[in-house]
Design a protein around this ligand. Structure first.
Ligand code: GLC
Length: 558
């Protein structure tokens, strides 16, 4: 059995609500997924990660779960889930589920019983009395809302919610809660799923006493739960469940993670996680979160890429991504909508020759872009709504509030996938639950299929090249032109073979000269996003990317 199959494959992430509507109600669902499994397979990926499919009141679109062992009726039922699973497996696709255990929905039965003092649920959540005089239990800040404590009249206490008030944090220190998590994991593993993506998993252990925080840059309170005191103990407990099933795997989401700390989670045989989603490379145009915007800074991006490549090399394994349901579209951020296809291909090259397991997000493969809607009511994400409220509290005019929200909101990655030039981008025959990006007549899967030069076909070629390529899987990583604000250049080398990747992150011309040690070598061009007649030294055109292969050893004289 190949216990590390995940090192030789790539994943495709489905955010089910916007993937494909199969029953005409305007909401993406598992019938839609069933129809599109061959398409997913055709990309050259070997697995799917499903964002939550479970029953949820949708305060945070599935990340607030009210029943972990049933499918949201909007998306289908266990019967169609099993069919999807079976067909995916038959096509050679692994299936990974989202495991959201830092919090539940307030509508979960556990919470409903907990707030009423019904045993054994009373201690399932983090309840605290008001401070004398009625104050909040501590001074922590919320991640989604400014407050992270909500008063509950039924319980007569506050509950902790790091995310929205509809997402009360579970008390992971309670062994009964952890037994529930084990039960949920077994439920899905017994059904045949191949692993989990564990949501904000590094936040599940909170420091005893939930102490007040001092002055911090960032969020007050976070240091008391980010990689908290019992995190490894809990992750090991869940890992042991996974180990009882052959070939299973787990990727954890880890906001605020640094490469050095990551090794405590992903290195060695007894690792907690096989890999993690960190955020450092997603902060090149903002300060910590997309709402605190800054000009795009290529050096910051390169630093994040290189630090993670180097730190984990030979010790752990990277999860590679540029898009998911939590970030605006990458072309609109690090690339250029004007040079949409070129910059999309360039970004693919920047990422896909790195070591790790790539995760592609629905729509990324056709180069979908951000939306810009007039009013706050047009947006659906709870974070956008909360930011708007905060702006209003600060008496910011509407125009300024919307200017802040538009480029940053997660809604941009949550518009329906554009399948064709038909009405609603072919996503639904009904009324789509959310705005369809009006560029769908131009940007859609059918058009990309028909164009041999499309981003879609480019992704396919890169993924095919990657599969089984030992240089990408095992090679060393070396960055060049570190100080360049225009070019990202790196090599990978293994066993006599080398790959050189040159990516321009600008519209402006960028001069590329071969690093000394590569000069005079025979360089074979493998990929480019423009017609090429020169090289390997060249002046890069807007967002140009080139990938060359070479031999690292000197050729023997003939
Ligand atoms: C993770 C999810 C995000 C969700 C949050 C709270 O960051 O990816 O979508 O809102 O956790 O569950």
């Amino acid at each position: 059995m190949n216990r590390e199959w995940y090192k030789d494959t790539a994943f495709y992430q489905i955010w089910p609500r916007s993937f494909k509507d199969g029953n005409g109600d305007g909401i993406g669902d598992l019938w839609g997924v069933y129809e599109k499994l061959e398409y997913i397979r055709s990309l050259g990926v070997g697995g799917i990660w499903f964002s939550p499919l479970y029953v949820s009141p949708n305060a945070d679109f599935g990340y607030d779960i009210s029943d972990y062992c049933a499918i949201n009726p909007e998306y289908g039922d266990l019967e169609i889930f099993d069919k999807v699973l079976q067909k995916a497996h038959a096509l050679g696709l692994k299936v990974v589920m989202d495991l959201v255990i830092n919090h539940t929905s307030i509508e979960h039965e556990w919470f409903q019983k907990s707030r009423r003092g019904i045993e054994p649920y009373t201690d399932y959540y983090i309840w605290r009395a008001a401070k004398p005089g009625g104050g909040k239990p501590n001074n922590w800040q919320g991640i989604f809302e400014s407050e992270c404590w909500r008063w509950d009249d039924v319980a007569g206490k506050y509950y902790l919610h790091l995310f929205s008030s509809g997402q009360p944090d579970l008390n992971m220190d309670n062994p009964l809660v952890r037994a529930e998590v084990e039960r949920i994991m077994r439920f899905w593993l017994d059904r045949g799923v191949d692993g989990f993506r564990e949501d904000v998993i590094t936040f599940i252990s909170k420091t005893e006493g939930l102490p007040d925080d001092g002055f911090v840059i960032g969020l007050r309170g976070m240091k008391f739960y980010e990689s908290g005191p019992r995190i490894h103990e809990y992750l090991q407990q869940y890992r042991r469940i996974l180990e009882q099933y052959p070939d299973r795997f787990v990727v954890g989401e880890a906001p605020m993670m640094t490469p050095r700390k990551a090794l405590e989670f992903v290195a060695g045989d007894k690792r907690d996680l096989d890999m993690m989603f960190h955020f450092q490379h997603m902060e090149a145009d903002c300060f910590l979160i997309e709402y605190l915007r800054m000009p795009f800074n290529l050096r910051k991006l390169k630093r994040a890429f290189s630090n993670w490549q180097k730190a984990l090399s030979g010790k752990g394994w990277n999860a590679l991504y540029l898009e998911n349901h939590d970030h605006p579209r990458i072309i609109s951020r690090y690339g250029s909508e004007k040079y949409r296809v070129q910059s999309g291909k360039m970004l693919a090259c920047a990422l896909l020759f790195q070591q790790g397991t790539p995760f592609l997000y629905q729509g990324q493969e056709i180069g979908m872009t951000n939306i810009a809607l007039p009013k706050i009511e047009d947006y659906a994400d709870c974070v956008a709504q909360d930011v708007y409220k905060r702006c209003k509290r600060m008496h910011l005019p509407d125009k300024a509030a919307m200017a802040l929200i538009r480029p940053a909101t997660r809604d941009s990655s949550r518009t329906p996938v554009q399948w064709s030039a038909e009405a609603n981008g072919g996503f639904t025959k009904g009324k789509p639950w959310f705005y369809v990006n009006q560029n769908y007549p131009e940007i859609n899967v059918a058009a990309a299929e028909a164009d041999p030069d499309s981003l879609l076909h480019f992704y396919r070629k890169l993924l095919r090249f990657r599969a089984g390529n030992d240089v990408i899987r095992n090679g060393s990583y070396h960055e060049y032109e570190k100080h360049s604000g225009r070019l990202y250049v790196y090599t990978r080398e293994y066993n006599g073979q080398g790959i050189l990747v040159v990516c321009s992150f600008t519209e402006k011309p960028a001069e590329f000269r071969l690093p000394k040690r590569l000069q005079g070598k025979a360089m074979t061009l493998e990929f480019s996003n423009y017609p090429v007649t020169d090289g390997p030294e060249f002046t890069a055109r807007p967002y140009e990317a080139r990938v060359y292969t070479y031999e690292t050893r000197k050729r023997a004289k003939k």
